[in-house]
Design a protein around this ligand. Structure first.
Ligand SMILES: C[S@@+](CC[C@H](N)C(=O)[O-])C[C@H]1O[C@@H](n2cnc3c(N)ncnc32)[C@H](O)[C@@H]1O
Length: 301
């Protein structure tokens, strides 16, 4: 195997990977072929709807969220985006690791008011709506161009009771303790993009990781101020570095009183060894897409 770069060695050391796991991660980063397409049915698709393409049997995967299917891929098989049902908005296409990140919602009761603070292009809001139809959902995106795409995607999906906004997290914080579910799918260094074959220069370096960790802490501090008593907050990223994941969660748990991390039994096989609270990480060699991190918090008072 080609010698590891400084950034690659640094990441494997920080993740405390043994030689086998480190080789698997570096191979996946270099091959860039770990994407795994999944589709989530939108509210437009009736309960009996079946996608018009062959799907993998995922019945043995306990964490698979409801209304998520994994299309079979291979020579001669059309991509799920090639079908009329996709253009009509009956399903939305995303990486299976995004679906894995949303599995933690399985232990969250249906919310009355929910806020997706970093929502574009809409995947996490779609996954939430596949589990429980929103009562009163706000999909927020600070970036205007991305907000336009988010609006289009949500409109096409027929999601009811949703408002699209473009406030900064600190502006939301000033609005008060409104929400009983917060989704923070944070902007991050995106190290998993390498495993999808997407160039991402600098993503393994400390400058990018530290800059993102600082921004993530700011977004999360604001999010905790929007939470009603008993609220849940699902934090997720598509990057591997502990500084943007376990350490960000540890910072919030220490800094903001009254919050705890919640165990998600279906994610036990993915439990992170880098935290002394329940937190979960997916790596490409697990075979469910390019990987990511998630941690579910609950506000106790
Ligand atoms: C990982 S993406 C969200 C993906 C989305 N949740 C989905 O599942 O489709 C992170 C989003 O955070 C937005 N963002 C960037 N900086 C931000 C900030 N300071 N506060 C809130 N959101 C920010 C980005 O524009 C981007 O759309």
């Amino acid at each position: 195997m080609q010698e590891a770069s400084h950034g690659e060695r640094r990441l494997c050391a920080r993740l405390r990977l043994d030689d086998t796991a480190a080789d698997a991660l570096l191979s996946a980063m270099r091959a860039g072929d770990s994407s795994c397409a999944a589709v989530v049915l939108t509210p437009l698709a009736p309960p009996e709807y079946v996608p018009p393409f062959p799907c993998e049997d995922m019945s043995a995967v306990p964490w698979l969220p409801p209304r998520v299917h994994v299309p079979q891929m291979g020579e001669g098989i059309q991509k799920p985006t090639a079908y009329e049902d996709y253009r009509r908005g009956l399903y939305y296409v995303l990486d299976l690791s995004s679906c894995w990140e949303s599995a933690a919602l399985g232990v969250v009761p249906p919310p009355m008011r929910s806020l997706d603070l970093c929502a574009a292009p809409g995947g996490k809001s779609m996954l939430m709506a596949a589990r429980y139809l929103p009562q009163n959902h706000t999909a927020n995106e600070v970036n205007a161009a991305r907000r336009g795409i988010l609006r289009q995607n949500l409109e096409l999906s027929g999601m009811p009771n949703v408002t699209v906004t473009g406030l900064r997290p600190d502006q939301w914080a000033a609005a008060g303790e409104l929400f009983d579910l917060l989704l923070v799918d944070a902007p991050c260094s995106g190290q998993s993009l390498l495993c999808k074959g997407i160039r991402n220069p600098g993503c393994l370096g400390s400058a990018m990781v530290n800059g993102n960790a600082k921004r993530q802490k700011g977004i999360l501090l604001a999010a905790t101020r929007c939470a009603a008593p008993g609220a849940h907050l699902l934090y997720s990223t598509c990057t591997y570095d502990p500084d943007e994941n376990e350490k960000v969660m540890a910072y919030i748990l220490k800094r903001v009183p009254g919050w705890e991390a919640v165990e998600v039994p279906v994610l036990t096989p993915f439990c992170s060894g880098l935290a002394d609270f329940p937190a979960y990480r997916l790596l490409p060699h697990h075979g469910f897409g390019a990987g990511g991190f998630c941690c579910l918090l609950r506000k106790n008072n």
